[in-house]
Design a protein around this ligand. Structure first.
Ligand code: GTP
Length: 299
């Protein structure tokens, strides 16, 4: 069996989490239209037994990393560090770009870092479903001339276009070895973690820039009873005014967040869920080592 680790890196919002979910055929990483959605390295396990399409047995662990950006808080630094650290730990790196800011300073910064490691690199030009052919060609040529990529693919992670080709290419860099995980396991992250991420995703979807970046979710209770799972979670935000916004008039906003989160958690767990949400203020938690560690944003 060919096994190994594959890092997925890139600027915020280029579609890393969407690609991970497309590879796995299952949603384990949250995705939104807001940059800096992913905060931890999320590992997804892809196990495949040889068939006509991919004719080798393989288990690859794909690591979706936080978008690499210039950090302004300790949380930002943790996020960028955890992405950069994966470069060195993996058998191959998938670098994703889209049509925005192509070859701009953000991407150049990442390319410079990639240049320093010998890990094989695959370039994914994502979002081709909404890209004009001449734009694709321009991006392709810009990166092709760098001569650091083993292969370049035009992909739509959202529509599943050419995702298979990327998987096959990554497989070429894996090594003979035993499986790391049971073959029915898609992620090693506990359900508690995924549940907190689903709640965070719904908050991100409801609000614009300022509120979501300062939000963290902590699961206080996760109790499985005979036919229902009782979950109690605290949503932390950085300002009193944000707390009011999250709760909304008459608690309407929070109710909406709770309803859409509950529905998705029920689908994940396959049973009824009673979800209780609280909102608390923790000022400047993104720069507090203790808070970051409590929320799991520390090695
Ligand atoms: N049209 C189109 N949109 C896409 C595609 N892939 C991702 N998106 C959208 O791009 C946005 C960002 O996607 P994510 O997967 O959250 O991006 P990310 O790189 O993980 O973002 P961060 O966590 O912020 O680093 C979402 O609104 C996605 O729906 C694609 O192939 N085509």
């Amino acid at each position: 069996m060919k096994t190994g680790f594959v890092g997925i890196v890139g600027r915020p919002n280029v579609g890393k989490s969407t690609l991970l979910n497309a590879i796995l055929g299952e949603k384990i990483a949250i995705t939104t239209d807001k940059p800096q959605t992913t905060r931890n390295a999320i590992r997804g396990i892809y196990t495949h037994y040889a068939d006509d399409n991919i004719n080798e047995d393989t288990q690859m662990v794909f690591i979706d990393t936080p978008g690499i950006h210039k950090p302004r808080t300790k949380l930002g630094k943790y996020m960028t560090d955890s992405a950069v650290n994966t470069f060195k730990e993996v058998e191959a790196v998938i670098f994703i770009v889209d049509d925005r800011l192509s070859a701009g300073p953000g991407d150049k910064y990442i390319v410079d870092m990639l240049n320093e490691v010998t890990t094989p690199k695959i370039l994914v030009i994502n979002k081709i479903d909404k890209m004009e052919p001449d734009v694709f060609e321009k991006i392709y040529n810009e990166y092709d001339q760098l001569e650091i990529f083993e292969n370049i693919f035009g992909v739509s992670a959202k529509e599943g276009i050419n995702v298979h080709d990327v998987i096959k290419c990554a497989l070429g860099f894996m090594e003979e070895g035993p499986m790391f995980f049971p073959d029915d396991m898609v992620t090693e992250h506990p359900e508690r973690f995924i549940v907190s991420e689903i709640i965070r995703e719904k908050i991100l979807m409801y609000f614009q820039e300022e509120v979501p970046h300062g939000v963290a979710v902590e699961i206080e209770q996760f109790k499985e009873e005979s036919s229902i799972t009782k979950i109690s979670a605290v949503i932390y935000c950085e300002k009193k005014s944000h707390k009011g916004m999250i709760i909304g008039k008459g608690g309407r906003k929070l109710k909406g967040i709770g309803k859409s989160a509950r529905e998705e958690i029920e689908a994940l767990l396959g049973e009824k869920v009673f979800l209780e949400l609280w909102v608390k203020v923790k000022e400047n938690w993104r720069d507090s080592d203790i808070a970051l560690s409590n929320f799991g944003y520390k090695e």
